[in-house]
Design a protein around this ligand. Structure first.
Ligand SMILES: [Zn+2]
Length: 415
């Protein structure tokens, strides 16, 4: 198993990664561009793009920003509304796995930024039906979240004739260097299908076995290309225009707007994805089963590149977190209405047998040296502590009427 000599990414990264002859991955090479680019020039370029779309009649919004109760949402709205003085429409797809901190963050976002917000809550019975199917077919409990998050902004752009959608970081660029900053990559239907949705669009989910019909998947259907072209819709990524540093950005948002943070079971990052019970927990555990690495590797690789931790510290972090069993699995089982045995039966169909084997007690164990996580089992090193790792900030829990320990479909947020 080849692993980048600078960050911690393995060669079997789900988004594809390549190594150069020095053993450095494409993600690290693209990251180097961040220190070469003239960001002042890029900021002017962003202003020029935004000026094209500024609605001077006052009869419509200037742009759409997809938001959630976590992950860069505050920062994107802060930049677009409070720095560039745009009038955005915020849109949010309800993942239905909402934590109380996510509900509060979204409520606080509405209050602090004075923006209009539209929310799509898909019929929970349909969401569960779809999730049963994606769990069985692709070993994914997150297809509906990704599909909803990526399609709802485009649907609203078409319906309301707002041609500009603004996202934060492009994952393919930021993680694995699939694109360079110089490509100025924008949103495409193709990337969404191939990488976000694992090759399956909404229509591909229709099948008799799971009793999924066109009505069930209708909220996830991507608008027609002709409509998209007629309105001239484009989706841009802010990390092409600003030097992206997710950790520092979140810390600014904590101070400036009271963004709330939370401890997570399987990673040291207290900022990203804390609005969801599953993303950094059960969904991440599934990633380990399928690929032999997990979210903590993403977070450590990101922070190594940003000089926020050493590679050695990243390895210690990975060792600390990657094996932890999912804390919130019972909430998911209860929500979906299946037993733990059925869940693992379905997931085991997608388990990567090249990296896992059954031991003498018939339990699954990682094969040493066959995956990133397998390599970690053999690693006896300890951190040299040359650089003191700065812990992520944990904010005080705010008051809320929402229950603390279950999925919140619709929540009040702050009191
Ligand atoms: Zn790398």
């Amino acid at each position: 198993m080849r692993i980048c000599r600078r960050c911690l990414y393995p060669e079997n990264h789900a988004l594809n990664i390549i190594f150069d002859n020095e053993g450095i991955c494409s993600g690290c090479r693209v990251h180097e561009e961040k220190d070469k680019i003239d960001w002042n020039e890029r900021a002017l370029r962003l202003k020029r793009v935004l000026d094209i779309y500024r609605n001077r009649s006052g009869r419509n919004y200037d742009c759409i920003i997809p938001v959630s109760g976590a992950k860069d949402s505050y920062f994107i709205v802060h930049v677009i509304k409070n720095i560039y003085n745009m009038n955005p429409l915020l849109v949010t797809y309800n993942k239905q796995y909402n934590t109380s901190v996510g509900i509060r963050n979204l409520a606080n976002l509405r209050i602090k930024f004075n923006c209009d917000i539209m929310n799509l809550t898909v019929n929970p019975h349909h969401v569960k039906k779809i999730t049963r199917s994606t769990l069985r077919r692709f070993g994914s409990i997150y297809w509906h979240c990704i599909a909803g998050q990526t399609v709802y902004p485009v649907q609203m752009a078409v319906k309301l004739k707002i041609p500009l959608i603004i996202f934060g970081a492009h994952q393919g660029l930021d993680q694995v260097g699939m694109f360079s900053h110089f490509d100025e990559v924008e949103m495409t239907r193709k990337y969404r299908k191939e990488h976000d949705l694992m090759g399956f669009e909404a229509e591909d989910l229709i099948n008799d076995f799971d009793e999924i019909s066109i009505e069930n998947v209708q909220p996830y259907i991507y608008p027609d290309n002709l409509e998209i072209e007629r309105i001239g819709i484009r989706g841009i990524y802010l990390n092409n225009y600003l030097r992206w540093d997710s950790r520092t950005q979140h810390e600014q948002m904590i101070k400036k707007y009271g963004y709330e943070t939370s401890r997570q079971n399987r990673t040291f990052d207290h900022y990203n994805d804390i609005d969801c019970w599953n993303y950094s927990d059960l969904h991440d555990y599934i990633k380990l089963i399928k690929f032999g690495y997990s979210k903590v590797i993403d977070h450590a690789s990101r922070d190594i590149r940003l000089n926020l931790m050493t590679r050695d510290q990243g390895i210690q972090m990975a060792k600390k977190y990657f094996k932890r069993p999912p804390e919130n699995i019972n909430l998911f089982l209860e929500w979906l209405g299946i037993t733990e045995n059925s869940f693992y039966y379905l997931i085991d169909q997608h388990r990567n047998k090249d990296i896992w084997f059954r031991n003498e007690n018939w339990e699954w164990e990682l094969k040493p040296n066959k995956s990133w996580a397998g390599n970690l089992l053999l690693d006896n090193s300890t951190s040299s502590e040359t650089v003191k790792f700065k812990e992520f900030i944990l904010t005080e829990k705010k008051n809320s009427l929402d229950p603390q320990n279950k999925y919140i479909l619709i929540g009040k947020g702050l009191i």
